[in-house]
Each structure stands twice: as structure tokens, then as C-alpha cells.
Design a binder for this molecule. Structure first.
Ligand SMILES: [Zn+2]
Length: 562
């Protein structure tokens, strides 16, 4: 096997990584003549003096940890990372190199089309346009598609209005994986089946433990950045609890307590902590960045809070305290009794696929996915339910549906202004203007999700589903996180966010609940007191649901008092 000599690091040492030609060029097209040095990506970057999106020459003095990542052509690679250390720039150059020199086709995904547009314009294009050598190779250049000779890099959002690309590729790069729709990422897998290389490169800030990028990282060889203390010689990874002297705000050796210099943090090496795995994994934290001091990071922690700090500074996932809790809560309200009695209520979440739940006044007895509008119509005709679906994504046919099946309502989530009412039905005020709002319902997004979850916890929504369906269903709730968001006017509010993009059955359940409320003529508003006693609490380990028993006891007590 032809071997490329090991690239030399900026400090004169050889890189730990060996690259094989076969890793870089798919066998079928291995006939071209190459300058062997062209096949080392770091050499290609350094020799050509590429400049980054800020106009600075790319060098590795402060970013030695990116060197091996740049050179790594492992088939499956995963980077669990903090924010702003240059990983996206690294992957942009790797993608270009793989397309031009490796003659591969690349699909590069970001969470949404908006993310794609922003990323390409402010990062990728800045790099391509700033470097004549890169720019000159483009035969076609749009935001979504870069053609380099007869190869391409497609940039595509996962939460796109259009279906995933049907084109085949050699490498799939999933950037910001944990904010992406993991269902769509899964659908892309088959796109590389015809490739001799079949590359999967994942990179993201982590979200929850065991979800998205962390799930793949756990299976990888888990490379950590080991640095060496200049005094006692102990090689160690940097750990927030052990390596930071919080009083003097300095980095210290976890063995002997000596202050670690920036240079000692700079010169590390990647060591696999789970050797033997075929997945090449890297964990990057801002503690590895020599241009950031311990003092900088301590301030970041104080300013941005614990959750942000773990995720975006340390590159670690949240411990998902709520996972076991939601699962338990739903299993607690599983019922063996048949609850399949009329009248029926249905919630439908519209996406490329249509997720639905159907239930009675007691709870949910059926969940499913429809691929087409016709399938969905067949189910509505079978059960004749009162139904609610989201008005947003498919407005035209949602309107057609509403006319065809008049027991239905279109829901609009309101997120921007705090509303006095949690649910507002259109057409209720008898006003001429309001008349045309018949069939619409506006709900306060955060509060209605809170309320639905609360109804589940209280046992007001039961589940009569098979274990298999229940497991699939629970996964969607487990992806939900209730986080604090800064509003433009600098106030804070809670919002629900999915960590996997797979939250469809949660919304379908919320819509089922709205339909049920409508029909049971119980125009409930979430009472003031519920908001003071949060169902979801913020704890040191992240967000946790309070124990069901405690919530019900509280509720009881409040009812007794009033
Ligand atoms: Zn030491």
C-alpha cells in the first residue's frame, strides 16, 4: 500500500496520523497522476497559504488540535465540539479538498435553509472567494451548489421545505447535527451506498447525553487532547473541575498544581481513550484554545450560565435528567383498558411526513405517520374526529382540508408576545372582522406545550398503545428541552426546543389536546398559580421534571386552599 509520509506539525513533530492514498481516492478513479504532497490536506493548506474568512493566513500555531482533524480521512468521523474554534472552516477546506483532489461528491447539511445561506455566505464563500486557487476551480457557484470540475459540494438544510437531495454522494457532512432533523439525516444515509468511500462526517455542539453527535461520539475511539505538565511531566486532558484554580483564575496541573502556561496547553496530542473503534472521534473544548485564558472562561460561565457553558464552551452534552422522567411519566399513565370510544379527537403535525395521534376523551389509543394527503384523508374519514393541525407548513392544502372536513381547526402557535389567554379560538367574538377567523385557533406555544405535558403527568391523558409505538412516541418527548431564550428586548422567556428535530408526535399530542378541549367545551386557561410552580425545574444537572406525586399534591393543596 502506498503511504504518504507523515505530515510535520508546526512545532516540528510528526503528526500521529498516517494517511493512506486509498483513503483519499476512491479506487475506481485512482488512475490520475498526483503530486503526492497534494494528498496531505495540511500541506495543501499551508503550502498555498490559504486565508480564512477573516482574511488571516491559516496556520496551526494556536490550533494544533485542528491539524490531525484536517488530515483525518477516516470514513466515519465525529467531532463533538465547543463553539468558535475553527472547526467549520476546517471542514469547509476538507470538503473542497475531497471534491477537487479526491474527486468526491459531497453533501454538506446544516439544520435549516437559513443556516445554509448564512454559513455559505459568511464562511464558505468568504474562504473560497479569498483564495484565488480555490475560486478558480469552480465551474458553477451558487449558495446551494459548488461545482469543482465535474464534482460538487451540495449545501442543504435538513428542515427544508423541499425533500432531501436524491443525488448520490461520496461523503455526507452533517454540520450542527444536534440542531438538525435527525430523521432527515437518517434518510441521507442511503445516498452514499454506491460510493467506494462512503464517508460520514459528523460535527456539532452536543445537546443531550446519548443524542445526536454524543451518541456517535460514545461509539468512537473518543480522542481527547492530552497536554503535558512542564514540571511533573504528567500527561492529562483538561478538565474544568480539576484544571482550573477558581480563586486565582488560572489553569493548573491536576497532578502537581503548577500553573499551566498557554504554550503547555497549545502543545498537546490526540489520544484515543476508547482505542479500537473504527469511528474517529474528537472532543474539542475551549479549554484547549491557548488564546482564551481561564479568566475568560470563568467570565463566560458567569455571564452565560451553566447550561450554555457546558454545551458551547466545554463541548459537553447536558446530563439529561428529564429523559428518564418523561419516559416514566408516560409509562405511568399507560393503560391496559380499551379507551377507544367516541367521540374521537385527532392532532396532526404536518411535515414531509404527517404524524398524527388519535384519542378519545380519556387519552390516546393510536399514533401513526402518513406519507401522503390521501392516506391522511382515509384516516379522517374512518374516525371522523374533531381535528387540529398546524397551519404553517402546508397552508394551501390545510385550508382545503378545513373546507372538506369542517370538524377541523388550524392552529397557529404564537411565540412572540405573551398572551393573556393560552388558547384563543377564532370567530368567537361575533364581530364581523372575527367571523372569517372561524376554524382557526391561536395558542401560546410554550404554555400549551407545558399544559399538555402537565395533563399527561396528572393522568388526564392516558396512553393505550403497543409497547413498540409507545417507545417511538416517547422518543419525541425525550427530544424536547425547555430552555431560556433571550428576547430582542433583553427579557428572558422559556421556550421548548427539540434536540433531534423529531418532536412531531409531541405537537400532534398538543393538537389532540386542543381539539379535545374544544369539544369538551372546557375553555381552560392555565391558572396563574401553575406558572409560579413550574412543572419543569432548572437544577444543577439541567432541566428536570418535578416528581409527579409532588405536582399532584401541590395541585391538590392549591385546590383545597381556593
Ligand atoms: Zn504537574
Amino acid at each position: 500500500m502506498e503511504k504518504i509520509r507523515k505530515p510535520v506539525l508546526a512545532d516540528g513533530k510528526e503528526s500521529t496520523k498516517t494517511i493512506f492514498v486509498k483513503d483519499v481516492i476512491p479506487q475506481k478513479i485512482n488512475k490520475m497522476e498526483y503530486d503526492i504532497r497534494d494528498l496531505s490536506i495540511p500541506h495543501w493548506v499551508i503550502d498555498n497559504q490559504f486565508i480564512n474568512e477573516r482574511g488571516e493566513i491559516l496556520e496551526f500555531r494556536d490550533r494544533l488540535f485542528l491539524y490531525d482533524i484536517l488530515a483525518d480521512m477516516s470514513q466515519v468521523q465525529v467531532i463533538k465540539k465547543c463553539a468558535q474554534v475553527g472547526v467549520s472552516v476546517t471542514m469547509t477546506l476538507k470538503a473542497y479538498f475531497a471534491a477537487q483532489k479526491g474527486r468526491m461528491n459531497i453533501v454538506y447539511t446544516m439544520p435549516s435553509d437559513t443556516d445554509v445561506s448564512e454559513f455559505v455566505k459568511t464562511k464558505a464563500d468568504m474562504i473560497f472567494q479569498s483564495n484565488e486557487l480555490l475560486r478558480s476551480q469552480f465551474s458553477s457557484d451558487t449558495v446551494g451548489l459548488k461545482k469543482i470540475g465535474d464534482r460538487f459540494i451540495y449545501y442543504k438544510g435538513t428542515r427544508s421545505k423541499t425533500a432531501p437531495l436524491s443525488t448520490s454522494a461520496d461523503v455526507l457532512i452533517h454540520d450542527e447535527m444536534d440542531r438538525s432533523d435527525l430523521g432527515i439525516i437518517e434518510k441521507y444515509r442511503s445516498r452514499v451506498s454506491a460510493s467506494p468511500y462512503k464517508g460520514f462526517w459528523y460535527l456539532s455542539n452536543p445537546s443531550l447525553t446519548g443524542v445526536g453527535v454524543d451518541e456517535i461520539w460514545q461509539k468512537s475511539d473518543k480522542k481527547e487532547w492530552f497536554i503535558k505538565c512542564g514540571k511533573c511531566g504528567t500527561e492529562q486532558t483538561l478538565n474544568w473541575e480539576e484544571n482550573v484554580d477558581q480563586i486565582n483564575k488560572i489553569y493548573v496541573c491536576k497532578q502537581c498544581g503548577k500553573e499551566l502556561t498557554d504554550d503547555e496547553r497549545r502543545k498537546g496530542r490526540w489520544v484515543a481513550t476508547n482505542p479500537g473503534s473504527e469511528i474517529s472521534g474528537y472532543h474539542i473544548s475551549q479549554m484547549m484554545a491557548p488564546w482564551l485564558s481561564a479568566k475568560d472562561l470563568i467570565k463566560e460561565k458567569e455571564d452565560r450560565g451553566e447550561d450554555y457553558f457546558r454545551n458551547f464552551v466545554l463541548g459537553e452534552p447536558y446530563s439529561a435528567g428529564e429523559e428518564a422522567n418523561v419516559r416514566q411519566a408516560i409509562y405511568d399513565v399507560w393503560t391496559p383498558k380499551p379507551i377507544d370510544v367516541e367521540p374521537y379527537f385527532m392532532g396532526i403535525d404536518i411535515g414531509i411526513e404527517k404524524h398524527y395521534v388519535i384519542g378519545s376523551k380519556d387519552g390516546i389509543f393510536k399514533i401513526g405517520i402518513c406519507k401522503s394527503r390521501e392516506e391522511l384523508e382515509a384516516i379522517i374519514e374512518k374516525y371522523n374526529p374533531v381535528w387540529v393541525m398546524d397551519a404553517g407548513p402546508e397552508r394551501t392544502w390545510a385550508e382545503e382540508f378545513r373546507k372538506k372536513y369542517p370538524r377541523g381547526f388550524l392552529n397557529f402557535y404564537r411565540k412572540d408576545k405573551p398572551q393573556a389567554t393560552m388558547i384563543k379560538w377564532g370567530g368567537y367574538t361575533q364581530g364581523v372582522e372575527d367571523k372569517k377567523n372561524w376554524g382557526y385557533v391561536w395558542t401560546d406555544r410554550t404554555r400549551i406545550i407545558d399544559k399538555t405535558l402537565y395533563e399527561i403527568l396528572k393522568g388526564e391523558i392516558l396512553f393505550s398503545l403497543t409497547r413498540e409505538d409507545l417507545e417511538k412516541y416517547i422518543k419525541h418527548w425525550e427530544s424536547m428541552r425547555r430552555i431560556i431564550e433571550q428576547t430582542p428586548d433583553k427579557t428572558e422567556r422559556y421556550i421548548w426546543e427539540t434536540t433531534t428535530g423529531q418532536d412531531h408526535w409531541c405537537h400532534a399530542t398538543v393538537f389532540y389536546y386542543i381539539a379535545r378541549q374544544r369539544s369538551m367545551q372546557k375553555m381552560e386557561f392555565l391558572p396563574e398559580r401553575d406558572e409560579k410552580k413550574e412543572i419543569i425545574e432548572r437544577t444543577a444537572e439541567g432541566f428536570k421534571m418535578r416528581p409527579l406525586k409532588e405536582i399532584i399534591e401541590d395541585q391538590q393543596q392549591q385546590e383545597d386552599e381556593s
